[in-house]
Design a protein around this ligand. Structure first.
Ligand code: FAD
Length: 614
């Protein structure tokens, strides 16, 4: 037994175990209670569900609302929109399923106290754009969390889940999860008949633009550490579209959002010389992607592409023209409030850099890539679709169940369904919760059992970084450098550098090719060997160590998928220099991967894209 083997183990039994109490996790917890009145529903969160997840500091808009009560949009319209933005490739069954239920979710939010702005003339929700409605979002997460708290049998805050547990009798059935309390250090064994993973997306896998004094400032939440992908990958769940990372055009240095500026304030962009530039790149883009450039609205990646080309041609920076809109005092207030409600840091950056958008048009830039399944991109787990709508090839039993029995997902976790955002993630959580209850009820007495050997072995490996540190710290050769261990920050910086330089980050202007990707995989392999020797000086660093482990595995998936897809489907997000064009003949398909944890090998395959909506 190692130095830390004597830590207390706490056992928790549940019918439904929800991992992650963000938007999707709160939705899953809430809905599981609705359908499973007598079930034990447990929600586990590494932070505190009151303020956790990507919406933590509040949002200014709910980005997915159909408005069916006023005949504003229908679910079919949303599927067409997402398909268009993702250059043809979305799981239309999953997207439709969310779109048809999302309005009811938003109505619940309002009933629970969320202030949604209304158009004084029509009395309808105030639209920011075709899909977005405006909210006073500072209290968004506490309101949603309250519903989950009241629905859950128990909520465990401050527990970082590190691994899923499998049934000892049935190899492809989930049985629970393990993790540790980041404050007390206790080890937790959660036994669950069904498990719903809702652990958010992945930032900090590519080197961010904000380094040095700005480190930690990223667009996607810095605490989104890829657990949503690593947990299912490790137990052999199939993943899809992991190459579909997203790059955002945002205000420079603060990653401040541009949506309200474009949609509500009607601002627009121009190059350094005050010229419109997008139309200049029309022919160039058409060469790469064909008719996709003629779609409306123009897919987000292609708008990035025009920015990247214009800057490479020497006419950067690209600026947002705010000086006109900000002359109107109402718009000026909205512009500032937009940041104060959700990205305070951008207002601080502008103040500190003498940027008053009334007098200066602020710079925009493209971010480092992120991986997620709920925003305008669709990486994540391959999930079974709704019984009444999914083609048979997309259905193996229960809605939102992954390819592992009893393992469900929602929000950033689930792949193929972009543009669900906060409301759609909560809705997908509800869908997964309902299906998980059905799964548990159908299961009857045939319940999973965890293996003591499995969780005891995991306990040893979970605390290994503390032991590595304690043993190796006396060998420090300079500052924090030890021959016996690697600190989580060092491992993270190495990961970010590999992903940046080899897998299409900001340094090579999002460019990669097969040679770079293969070398990237070799380097990731070496990093994986080394992170067996992570050293953690305290529980906080232990959490960082496990977040890094999750990020590395997700990064490997991104690299494998990027290598497999031999085309450039989303110019502006990344480029395969050896296959610069979109290739619908060979790649109008989903990419799927499956990781074998015993051999460390990845199996790749294609899956068909079914267009269900005309
Ligand atoms: C900057 C930004 C702006 C956005 N703007 C908008 C907007 O204007 N409108 C809109 O509708 N949507 C917006 N979104 C999108 C929205 O926030 C996400 O779509 C939504 O939060 C995804 O829900 P989720 O539950 O999958 O992930 P999250 O809400 O991020 O929740 C994941 C949860 O899992 C927890 N967790 C992670 N790992 C573990 C682990 N190992 N163990 C235990 N717990 C874990 C996290 O702490 C977190 O609470 C924005 C997102 C960002 C980052």
């Amino acid at each position: 037994m190692g130095l830390f083997g004597r830590r207390k183990t706490v056992f928790v039994d549940s019918d439904i175990l929800v991992i992650g109490g963000g938007m999707a996790g709160c939705g899953a917890t809430y809905e599981s209670r609705y359908w499973g009145r007598d079930l034990k529903i447990v929600c586990v969160e590494k932070a505190n569900i009151e303020r956790s997840g990507a919406v933590a500091q509040g949002l200014y808009a709910i980005n997915c609302y159909m408005g069916m009560q006023w005949n504003e949009n229908q679910p079919e319209d949303h599927v067409r929109y997402a398909r268009n933005d993702l250059m043809g490739l979305v799981r239309e069954d999953l997207g439709y399923d969310i779109a048809r239920h999302v309005d009811s979710t938003v109505h619940k939010f309002e009933e629970w106290g969320l202030p949604i702005m209304r158009d004084p003339k029509t009395g309808r929700y105030q639209r920011e754009g075709k899909w977005q409605i405006m909210i006073h979002g500072e209290s968004y997460k506490p309101i949603v969390a309250e519903a989950a708290r009241k629905a859950a049998s128990e909520v465990y805050n401050r527990i970082m889940v590190t691994h899923l547990l499998m049934d000892k009798a049935k190899p492809n059935r989930v049985a629970g999860a393990v993790g540790f309390n980041v404050r007390t250090g206790d080890f937790y064994v959660f036994r669950g008949k069904a498990v719903i993973v809702a652990a958010g997306g992945a930032s900090h896998i590519f080197k961010p633009r904000s380094v040095g004094e700005g480190m930690g400032r990223t667009w996607y939440a810095p605490w989104s550490s890829a657990s949503a992908y690593a947990l299912p990958i490790l137990v052999g769940a199939k993943m899809t579209q992991m190459e579909n990372r997203i790059v955002l055009t945002r205000f420079k240095d603060g990653y401040g959002p541009v949506g309200a500026y474009f949609l509500h304030l009607k601002t627009y962009t121009q190059n350094a010389y005050g010229e419109e530039y997008e139309s200049k790149w029309y022919n160039d883009t058409k060469e790469l992607v064909g008719d996709y450039i003629d779609r409306h609205p123009v897919p987000t990646c292609l708008r990035n592409h025009a920015i990247l080309r214009e800057v490479a041609a020497g006419r950067g920076p690209i600026r947002m023209v705010t000086m006109e809109a900000f002359q109107d005092p109402h718009k000026e207030t909205v512009g500032w409030e937009n940041f104060l409600g959700m990205t305070v840091g951008q207002a601080v950056v502008w103040a500190s850099q003498n940027i008053d958008p009334k007098h200066i048009n602020p710079e925009l830039t493209t971010s480092e890539p992120y991986v997620m399944g709920s925003h305008a991109t669709c990486s994540g787990a391959w999930a079974s679709g709704p019984e009444d709508y999914a083609p048979s090839e997309y259905q193996w039993g229960y809605n939102r169940m992954m390819t592992v029995d009893g393992l469900f997902g929602a929000g950033d976790t689930i792949g193929g369904t972009a543009h669900k955002f906060s409301s759609g993630s909560f809705t997908e959580g509800r869908i997964a919760g309902k299906a998980a209850v059905k799964y548990v009820k159908d299961m009857g007495k045939d319940q999973p059992r965890v293996s003591e050997t499995e969780y005891e072995d995991l306990k040893k490996s979970v605390y290994k970084p503390l032991e590595n540190y304690k043993v190796g710290r006396n060998e420090i050769v300079a500052g924090t450098v030890s021959p016996s261990y690697l600190l989580p920050i060092h491992g993270l910086q190495r990961l970010e550098k590999i992903m940046d330089e080899y897998v299409g980050g900001i340094t090579p202007n999002y460019m990669t090719n097969d040679v770079l990707l293969n070398r990237g995989l070799e380097l990731l392999g070496m990093l994986k060997e080394d992170i067996a020797y992570l050293g953690a000086e305290d529980l906080h660093q232990l959490q960082r160590a496990w977040e890094l482990q999750h990020r590395v595995l997700a990064s490997e998936a991104v690299t494998q998928h990027t290598l497999f897809r031999e085309e450039t489907r989303w110019p502006g997000y990344y480029y395969r220099g050896d296959h610069m064009k979109l290739d619908d003949d060979n790649w109008h398909c989903f990419t799927l991967s499956r990781y074998d944890r015993d051999s460390g090998m990845w199996e790749m395959e294609k899956a068909p894209v079914y267009h269900i909506i005309d």
